[in-house]
Design a protein around this ligand. Structure first.
Ligand SMILES: NC(=O)c1ccc[n+]([C@@H]2O[C@H](COP(=O)([O-])OP(=O)(O)OC[C@H]3O[C@@H](n4cnc5c(N)ncnc54)[C@H](O)[C@@H]3O)[C@@H](O)[C@H]2O)c1
Length: 432
């Protein structure tokens, strides 16, 4: 443990102090965003592994090996507890850590999945309410410009009828060798719980709750190299989905095929996975009046045809994300300054597309960073500047319930109704 020099107990009402628990793959990424935002300070790193000291040193903050050590230190030296915590540890540890932190009144941003099982997740949700603690879950794609643009453009499709999605890529052996929990179903490993849950959250964010699911497990290729085929974690599945509002979908998830058709490859959101800007259609959303392909944002339509018909051509419109529109405006303005020595006003017809599909807002021309937006939202919730949680415990529980239904469908060979979150009991054993 390094000494915590943060002995100033007067709280700055506009700055939120945050600990990051977990110095593995994703924890340091959170820490990086915490140190770079204007209203946050990184209080400490908490991790017992050999990686802890180098991560704490990199961010020049104290390291505690566990929460007990942190709280003991604060109590002994009269240091104010951190305001908030980001839990970036293996899935099965999220709820015990969350309960401990919430019991001290510390607000929580918990990495997805909320936990590997629904009862434990429900317990943490209810406990946070009781303790008046904010709970945000790290389904950060809700802050991603691709998902935001997709949601904004759904009305242009008329009645959405169906969706088709793909998340396919190849995790190397080292991913599993480095961290044994990723190969253990009971500790929350497997492509369904680690990865598919992201896409199911995206789809529920776009189309509302999934009501029924049927799934077929993909063949396990990694297990064939190991000894116990049945004990190995899943490598993905194929799903059919029915949403409560009648929309139907299919989805293919595999973490063991070579393919660029994944959210990460197609959007470049994960710095460790190469961005492929030619990927088209990892989601395709079909509506009565058009089809939207994501992440390429081709909008297929027949708005200029007398009737919607297979006898008429389908036209293509390029939807742009808000930051791309803003970038174009800035480039045009710059060109005008160079050519005429004057800036073109923003509302000039020359600087705005005025067709049916354009949308404009005054936004930055930089590609937004979802982890920045997520931590800003977390801070705003804590400071009371925002009240509606963008990914609540209930939202995350809904995604988890879909994953559990996928698991049951694979087990039974039958379609499964996804239970309502109201039907989930708490796990009171967590308090004994
Ligand atoms: N949002 C995303 O895109 C994204 C990406 C990757 C991982 N994740 C999620 O983040 C979480 C962490 O994944 P990871 O791949 O970084 O894991 P990891 O195994 O690489 O790192 C976890 C770290 O937590 C530490 N740890 C474990 N238990 C602890 C405890 N009780 N107290 C303190 N430290 C403890 C470990 O020592 C390890 O360093 C998982 O829930 C995963 O699903 C999310």
């Amino acid at each position: 443990m390094y000494k915590n020099t943060n002995t100033n107990n007067t709280s700055n009402t506009n700055c939120v102090s945050i600990i990051v628990i977990g110095a593995g793959l994703i924890g340091p990424r959170h820490a990086e965003h915490v140190v770079n935002r204007p209203n946050t300070s990184l209080f400490a790193i908490v991790d017992h592994s050999a990686k802890g000291p180098s991560v704490a040193q990199r961010f020049q903050v104290p390291l505690y090996k566990d929460l007990n050590e942190l709280f003991e230190y604060c109590d002994k030296y009269n240091v104010k507890y951190p305001d908030a915590a980001i839990i970036a540890t293996p899935n099965h540890t999220h709820v015990p850590l969350g309960l401990h932190l919430a019991s001290k009144g510390i607000h929580l941003l918990v990495e997805k999945p909320l936990s590997p099982n629904a009862q434990d997740s429900k317990t943490l949700i209810e406990f946070c309410k009781e303790k008046n603690v904010k709970l945000l879950i790290g389904h950060h794609r809700r802050f991603n410009p691709y998902i935001i643009t997709c949601k904004e453009n759904l009305p242009k499709l008329g009645q959405v009828v169906a969706v088709q999605g793909t998340w396919t890529l190849c995790k190397p052996d080292s991913y599993f060798e480095e961290k044994p929990w990723r190969s253990s179903q009971t500790l929350g490993g497997g492509a369904l719980l680690i990865n598919l849950i992201h896409d199911l959250d995206n789809l529920q964010y776009l189309f509302g709750p999934v009501e029924k699911v049927y799934a077929e497990l993909l063949m396990k290729q990694r297990a064939q190299r190991g000894s116990d085929v049945n004990a190995a974690v899943d490598e993905g599945a194929v799903l059919t989905l029915r949403f409560a509002n009648g929309i139907c979908g299919t989805f293919l998830c595999s973490d063991n095929v070579v393919s660029p058709f994944s959210f990460e490859s197609g959007t470049g959101e994960n710095p460790t996975i190469p961005f492929n800007d030619e990927v088209a259609g990892f989601y395709r959303i079909f509506g009565s009046h058009g089809t939207l392909s994501v992440p390429d944002f081709k909008l297929y339509h027949q708005h200029n045809q007398p009737v919607r018909s297979w006898l008429n051509p389908v036209e293509e419109h390029q939807v742009k994300m808000a930051f791309e529109v803003q970038k174009e405006i800035e480039v045009e303005e710059q060109d005008d300054v160079v050519m005429f020595g004057i800036a073109t006003p923003d509302n000039s017809p020359n600087t705005k597309e005025d067709n049916l599909f354009s949308h404009h807002s005054h936004v930055s021309s930089e590609k937004p960073k979802p982890f920045d937006l997520q931590v800003d939202h977390f801070v705003n919730l804590i400071l009371g500047k925002e009240t509606e949680v963008k990914c609540s415990g209930e939202d995350a529980l809904r995604a988890l319930l879909c994953i559990e239904a996928v698991g049951k469908s694979i087990e039974t060979g039958l379609p499964q109704v996804v239970p309502s979150i109201d039907d989930i009991e708490m796990n009171m054993e967590l308090f004994t």
